[in-house]
Design a protein around this ligand. Structure first.
Ligand code: SF4
Length: 162
């Protein structure tokens, strides 16, 4: 599975893509092995949309994994993000996906690091809602700034299933 924006699809909050040229992506795409998905679009959000960040729950409605997703207007968009995460897991399971290549730092797709909810550009350790859900479902998640590691992981996966 791959974040759709990494293939250049214009699904980001700002209406743009985030094409990520890399030999691994090129190879998987040529082999027809990529399943592109944007969980925020799948969850029903429009493009463009306000940027959003993960914040600790307590002052807003209940969030997934003890967090909520709040956009820059102050709207709680947790439900759409959670729906998108659940659909990503369902899609990945149906396809038998074992590895997810995800856009770094997104409140949905971020794997390992996400923004801290202050809209100030500060990063903290953590996964976006979709990355966390995929990981909990047993799918290996890898951020797009770590695609060399993903290349090794895929070789292991392919070796396992050969
Ligand atoms: Fe890209 Fe994921 Fe954000 Fe969609 S939710 S634009 S796929 S990072």
């Amino acid at each position: 599975m791959i974040s759709a924006c990494l293939l250049g699809r214009p699904v980001r909050f700002d209406g743009r893509g985030a094409a990520r040229p890399h030999p691994l992506i090129d190879r998987l795409q040529a082999a027809g092995r990529l399943i592109p998905l944007c969980p925020e679009i799948a969850g029903g959000l429009p493009t463009p949309r306000p940027p959003a960040e993960l914040v600790p729950t307590g002052h807003v409605t209940d969030g997934a994994g003890g967090r909520a997703v709040i956009d820059a207007t102050g709207a709680d968009v947790t439900a759409a993000f959670a729906t998108g995460a659940a659909l990503a897991v369902e899609t990945a399971r149906r396809a038998g996906a074992r590895l997810a290549l995800l856009k770094a730092r997104s409140p949905s797709c971020g794997a390992g690091l996400v923004y801290d909810g202050s809209f100030s550009g500060r990063l903290i350790a953590g996964d976006g809602l979709t990355a966390a859900a995929l990981s909990a479902a047993g799918i290996i998640v890898c951020a797009d700034d770590d695609l060399d590691r993903a290349t090794g992981l895929l070789a292991e996966i392919d070796g396992d299933s050969a």
